[in-house]
Design a protein around this ligand. Structure first.
Ligand SMILES: C[S@@+](CC[C@H](N)C(=O)[O-])C[C@H]1O[C@@H](n2cnc3c(N)ncnc32)[C@H](O)[C@@H]1O
Length: 291
């Protein structure tokens, strides 16, 4: 894995817009409205390849990880959620419909301000939906900026999707340390599909030239290579998570295959998507008490 210049995280924020555009071709509630607002308000001028937003595998991957995370969340009792690198995800809007859930969306300052503004336009304010500026790699940790919204004595569910994949190994280690600190204080679980290996990524790239172009565009924006910044094999990804002091339970992303609306919406070959998802997992990480 490569080393990386510090303080260039804002460049990664552009990928949140790419992912949001892809997510509009799904039935995930509010995904379409958020993408349309982003397009209408021209928050960013993206010079994307033609039809970028119709990369079939990107949409399927993004939909699968959202729904697979929801499935894993259903195994736990959820009362408060800390979502890292929320970008333009609609999960906060969707889960905070339940007044018994406290949802804290977090991201880098510019991104989270943009998100808060968009959510305000869509649904107004909700007393149980909060927006906090957090650099997930911060040291000392920024995570405690969120504690004003969290109830002590109740476990917290930490979520992130599409963050660690962009980070170098030392940056991933800092996120792990910050999550560990949070779980030590509150208890709970970290649910993420972000421990990915490059073998499965390469397979997806071979199958979808549009995805190849998109990933290249993302790399040009961020200056970060998804291939360099991820694990060579699934075993390496698992080992890393364990070395970071977590007990890992893995759930196959295939569990979400029957819920994928994008297959129909974009007319995708289910077999290709199955091959991609078969190699991918959502990890549920809890503190390893031996550490
Ligand atoms: C690929 S986007 C994913 C966004 C969202 N999770 C989703 O799935 O749509 C990556 C996100 O990571 C955020 N990000 C990048 N570096 C970060 C950091 N150091 N701390 C917190 N968020 C960060 C970006 O602002 C962006 O929203």
């Amino acid at each position: 894995m490569s080393t990386q210049q510090a303080n260039d995280f804002d460049k990664i924020s552009l990928t949140a817009f790419m992912v949001s555009l892809a997510r509009q071709f799904t039935d995930i509630p509010h995904a379409r409205e958020l993408a349309q607002l982003v397009e209408a308000q021209r928050f960013v001028e993206l010079s994307l390849p033609k039809h970028q937003d119709k990369s079939v595998l990107l949409t399927a991957r993004v939909e699968a990880r959202y729904k697979a995370i929801n499935q894993v969340m259903a195994q736990y009792q959820i009362t408060q959620v800390l979502e890292l690198a929320s970008g333009l995800l609609p999960r906060g809007i969707n889960l905070s419909c339940d007044p018994n859930i406290t949802f804290v969306e977090t991201d880098l300052p510019a991104m989270i301000r943009c998100k808060q503004q968009l959510v305000q336009q869509l649904i107004g304010e909700r007393p149980n939906l909060h927006f906090v500026e957090i650099d997930a790699t911060s040291s000392p940790s920024d995570f405690f900026k969120s504690t004003v919204h969290l109830k002590s004595g109740q476990p917290v569910t930490v979520l992130c999707e599409g963050l660690l994949t962009h980070l170098t190994l030392p940056e991933k280690q800092r996120v792990c340390a910050n999550v560990r600190e949070m779980l030590r204080a509150y208890g709970g679980v970290w649910i993420t599909p972000d421990f990915i290996d490059t073998a499965s990524l390469s397979l997806s790239l071979q199958k979808d030239p549009d995805l190849q172009k998109l990933i290249q565009t993302g790399t040009n924006f961020t200056g970060r290579s998804l291939v360099d910044n991820n694990f060579t094999t699934p075993d390496q990804a698992r080992e890393f998570a364990c070395e970071q002091g977590f007990r890992v339970v893995e759930y196959s992303m295939m569990n979400a295959i029957n819920e994928l609306s994008s297959l129909k919406i974009l007319g995708v070959d289910a077999e290709v998507v199955e091959k991609m998802l078969a190699t991918q997992s959502v990890f549920a990480l809890t503190l390893d008490i031996a550490n």
